[in-house]
Design a protein around this ligand. Structure first.
Ligand code: AMO
Length: 442
């Protein structure tokens, strides 16, 4: 029998080296780049987060020959740290021992050691287990992880409970044809289009809930803003007075997330040359109707879409928000009810409009949200008005039947937020292993 004790603390190699100048350190990583000179080589070791320059003097260290150290070898190195202003992070490690932990069996298929690899997506995506090792590529996913963590932290601080919802479901929540079918032991099932129903149920139970989870859309848009599987940052909150409470919560959350990213990802933001937006006390908001007017008056643009904004219009409204309010975000509210989902609450003053909003950021919709129908009769009437068979939605309307608080929430696409924050031109760059119409691997 053995006892397994607690783990050793995680060591940040750069901080450890900086704290031990002039002393010996040991750490592990992968050989990122080797630059050889007649008497010595610079071995740049890629750790979990940084590149560390190591100096290999002479022809051999402890049986390891200098000429044998090559790209992609996984090593454990020991050496003395000393200041070196020309090296990344301002120090260098003069090696005294090298242990080989893993080795490559072939030449790397991409130039990982270069500052920028300059790969097209067609070359990059099939090789993602390797290309994501590149410091610039992996930085995107450190930032993405921080966005999700900042989101979770803020939600928890506001009394939200972290929930999970099933991804194999019997019906779509968002309507439309973009459902992936699944054979569920001989019964037709689908991959969840959103956690919509479940977050509504849970908000009737917990009051405030959030989820970070996979969302599946079988849409056939092979566009730079659509994925067939993405990560949704969703929340739902009870006892709201209106959808404006939901929008205020999103404003607070985004402000927190941006600060969180700045605090936790400074090296990555620098590497990616990212510009984190400033969010003040509020985000400007205009109604859908006002947006159409603004586009006509300011841009001479007569919109053809009666129900939504198209991508060009989203850009226009962001340009307007930047010029008029100095904001990189803008809410659009009160969309025509007809094309908003059946669970959206209609405006009491004008039932043709839904209490539903989108949030645009740097020219792209990143969020949809709103107030939901919470009254049973109102939900049944809405289903009937739309000619939907209410009996198919009994497992949804059961919550309304037995009383629900006024509530609302939103869904934010993690990859879209990452893409806009980092100025990426294609959403696939913001998904580590993207699922699109052509891609099921890796
Ligand atoms: P909606 O369908 O607008 O709303 O989705 C919410 C947000 O999810 C992101 N998104 C996508 N990201 C990548 N690829 C896609 N194919 C894709 N589709 C959507 C967008 C979008 O704003 N249940 C509602 C939300 C709510 O009201 O709570 C919903 O799913 O960033």
């Amino acid at each position: 029998m053995e006892y397994i004790s607690l783990p050793k603390p995680y060591v940040d190699v750069v901080a450890e080296c900086q704290a031990h100048m002039g002393e010996q350190v040991t750490f592990s990583g992968t050989v990122h780049r080797v630059r050889s000179f007649p008497e010595f080589s610079f071995i740049v070791v890629r750790t979990d987060r940084a590149l560390v320059q190591c100096l290999f003097q002479g022809e051999e260290i402890g049986g390891i020959r200098r000429e044998d150290v090559r790209d992609a070898m996984v090593v454990k190195v020991t050496g003395r740290v000393h200041e070196e202003v020309r090296a990344e992070n301002g120090f260098e490690v003069e090696l005294s021992a090298v242990e080989i932990l893993g080795k490559p069996y072939d030449k790397l298929p991409v130039p990982l050691g270069k500052k920028y690899m300059g790969l097209s997506l067609d070359v990059d995506l099939p090789l993602r287990p390797i290309t994501l090792r590149h410091p610039v590529k992996r930085a995107i996913f450190r930032v993405q992880s921080a966005i999700a963590n900042g989101f979770s932290e803020y939600m928890i601080s506001q009394g939200f409970v972290h929930m999970t919802s099933p991804k194999i479901v019997s019906a779509g929540a968002e309507g439309g044809a973009d459902l992936f079918k699944v054979d569920y032991f001989g019964t037709r099932a689908y991959l969840a289009q959103s956690p919509q129903f479940y977050k509504q149920y849970m908000c009737g139970i917990m009051g405030r809930v959030f989820e970070v989870g996979s969302v599946y859309r079988a849409e056939r848009h092979n566009s730079s803003r659509h994925l067939n599987e993405y990560i949704g940052l969703d929340f739902e909150m009870a006892y709201i007075d209106s959808m404006f409470d939901v929008m205020a919560m999103e404003t607070g959350m985004l402000k927190y997330v941006m600060e969180y990213v700045k605090k936790n990802c400074a090296p990555e933001l620098e590497l990616l040359k990212a510009n984190v937006p400033e969010i003040g006390e509020s985000i400007p908001s205009v109604t859908f109707h006002e947006a159409k007017q603004i586009m006509l008056e300011k841009f001479g643009h007569k919109s053809k879409n009666r129900f939504d904004l198209d991508p060009k219009e989203e850009k226009m409204m962001c340009e307007y928000a930047k010029e008029e309010f100095g904001s990189e975000f803008i809410f659009i509210t009160f969309f025509p009810s007809e094309k908003r989902p059946f669970y959206a609450k209609d405006d009491e003053n004008d039932p043709k409009l839904a209490c539903s909003f989108d949030l645009l950021f740097r020219g792209l919709e990143i969020t949809t949200g709103g107030q939901r129908v919470h009254d049973y009769q109102e939900q049944m009437d809405k289903l009937n008005r739309r000619g939907m068979d209410a009996s198919l939605f009994e497992s949804f309307t059961i919550m309304h039947k037995y009383g629900m608080p006024p509530h609302g929430g939103l869904g934010l696409g993690l990859e879209r937020l990452t893409m806009q924050l980092l100025g990426l031109s294609n959403i696939r760059e913001a998904s580590n292993f993207p699922r699109d119409m052509q891609r099921l691997e890796p």
